[in-house]
Design a protein around this ligand. Structure first.
Ligand code: UDX
Length: 446
């Protein structure tokens, strides 16, 4: 009998995981506490933009022509507990208000709600990003609450998917990390991931704390890489160097590598910023705060980028934003996503607006989410409409569609041909050839 799988929490991570598990051949039941989310998913609609996810969902959600019917959704904890051999916890762990630490209340309440219904053997698998030590604590809580007692076990299996590549990363992970306390738990997870394992995905077996730390360490490293190149951009700016060339040149050293060395307005999103902060907070609780002091600097370099972009824009419009029209291309925290959580682009747009600029934003997918967070900004239906009459154009999220824009055509509708590339992703020569002043942080002015 193939394993029956449940997925608890159907956000970016859970919705993708549920569809991917169905794709791997399992019967899957997804649960969320928000009925409207569950209703959408059951209709085959994805509540966010993630390339390829709607197709995958419709290939498996019961009720679609030609679908496997292996994927269903519910809001009923008893049904989930009764159904599953393996329960994946995919709820979010946002940053607490006014603190660095992460908010574990969704994980805690999911574990409580599930455990009290667990009357049959099951493996509960945590995927949420949590402070190290949580798995130990949650295992004890499950043992206390689950009627099936020792027949219920916990494992920790961090998730490394990138938004925009979530489907690909889930079906073909570059590594699978499992924190387990028994051979049985390891065996169950080898069965779950049999297909990617057969394709050659490395399988790393660890204890609980290591599995939890792998995730925060990986995200800290990535954040460090981005802030490193952004610090180099600050030096290049002061010294008249070109950070894009510098990144290319150091990236040829394969010990360094080229990835994650794109300088610009820095990292954002629902993961990197809050994960490094939660990591610092947890290290403090463990008496190891000194080890992560450098992350404070990583965070502060990153936040400085947003302010530096605002300053560059101010300079470009002659020293003050009052009465100036500023076009912002991009609102999502990165391309191929509609996620605006801690988005550098939206943050810069908001700062300029608050300082008196008339800001008009366009993003191919993130408009609805941006409007919810920043209803007072202007929004346009296309890049062309956004830049109409603009004194300066800011390129803040590197969507392919923005790279494909025709500088000559846009040049006809702006007030001033000035473009500031906050992502170092446009071709300066192309824009300059069309009569634009092109500027990017850490690169020569002409
Ligand atoms: C990240 C991790 O990559 C993923 O493994 C983890 O599971 C969740 O967090 P994600 O938040 O989807 O994924 O985005 P990612 O692609 O890592 O980008 C993070 C931020 O860094 C974005 O704002 C991006 O624009 C920025 N970035 C990335 C740069 O500024 N420069 C780069 O070179 C790369």
């Amino acid at each position: 009998m193939p394993l029956k799988i449940t997925v608890i929490g159907t956000g970016y991570l859970g919705a993708t995981h549920a569809a991917a598990m169905a794709e791997l051949g399992f019967e899957v039941l997804g649960l969320d506490v928000l009925p409207e989310k569950i209703e959408m998913l059951a209709r085959g609609e994805v509540p966010m933009y993630e390339p390829g996810l709607d197709e995958l969902l419709r290939a498996h959600v019961a009720g679609f022509e030609g679908s496997s019917g292996r994927l269903r959704f519910t809001t009923d904890w008893a049904e989930v507990a009764e159904f599953g051999d393996v329960h994946f916890l995919c709820v979010n762990t946002p940053q607490k208000h006014g603190e660095y630490a992460c908010d574990m209340s969704y994980v805690d309440s999911a574990v409580e709600s599930l455990s009290e219904h667990l009357r049959r053997p099951a493996l509960v698998v945590g995927k949420s990003t949590v402070p190290v030590g949580s798995a130990d604590r949650l295992a004890a809580r499950i043992a206390e609450l689950a009627p099936a007692g020792a027949d219920v076990e916990l494992a920790w299996n961090p998730e490394f998917l990138r938004e925009g590549f979530a489907v690909e990363d889930t079906l073909h992970p570059d590594r699978i990390v499992v924190g387990v306390r028994s051979e049985h738990a390891e065996k169950v997870l080898r069965d779950v991931y049999a297909k990617p394992l057969a394709e050659g995905s490395p399988f790393v077996v660890t204890d609980f704390p290591t599995a939890e730390l792998v995730k925060t360490a990986a995200n800290s490293f990535l954040a460090t890489k981005v802030s490193f190149i952004n610090a180099m951009a600050e030096v290049c700016e002061a010294a008249g160097g070109d950070v894009a060339k510098l990144a290319e040149a150091i990236g040829h050293d394969d010990r360094i590598g080229r990835k994650f060395l794109r300088s610009g307005i820095g990292f954002g999103g629902g993961c990197l910023p809050k994960d490094i902060r939660a990591f610092m907070a947890r290290a403090g609780e463990l008496g190891a705060s000194q080890a992560l002091m450098f992350l404070r600097e990583i965070d502060s370099i990153n936040m400085r980028r947003r302010a530096a972009m605002v300053e560059l824009a101010r300079e470009a419009v002659g020293g003050g934003f009052l009465g100036k029209r500023v076009a912002v291309l991009g609102a999502a925290f990165k391309p191929d996503s509609d996620d605006v959580r801690d988005s550098p682009a939206l943050n810069v747009a908001g700062q300029i607006h608050l300082q008196g600029g008339q800001v008009t934003v366009y993003d191919p997918k993130a408009m609805a989410n941006a409007r919810k967070v920043f209803p007072t900004l202007g929004y346009a239906d296309s890049a062309r409409d956004a830049v109409r009459g603009a004194d300066v154009v800011l390129h803040l999220t590197e969507w392919r569609a923005f790279r494909d824009l025709d500088p000559a055509e846009l040049g006809d509708v702006v007030a001033q041909r000035v473009i500031l590339d906050g992502r170092n992703a446009l071709d300066p020569a192309r824009w300059r050839a069309a009569g634009w002043t092109y500027r990017a942080m850490g690169r020569p002015a002409a």
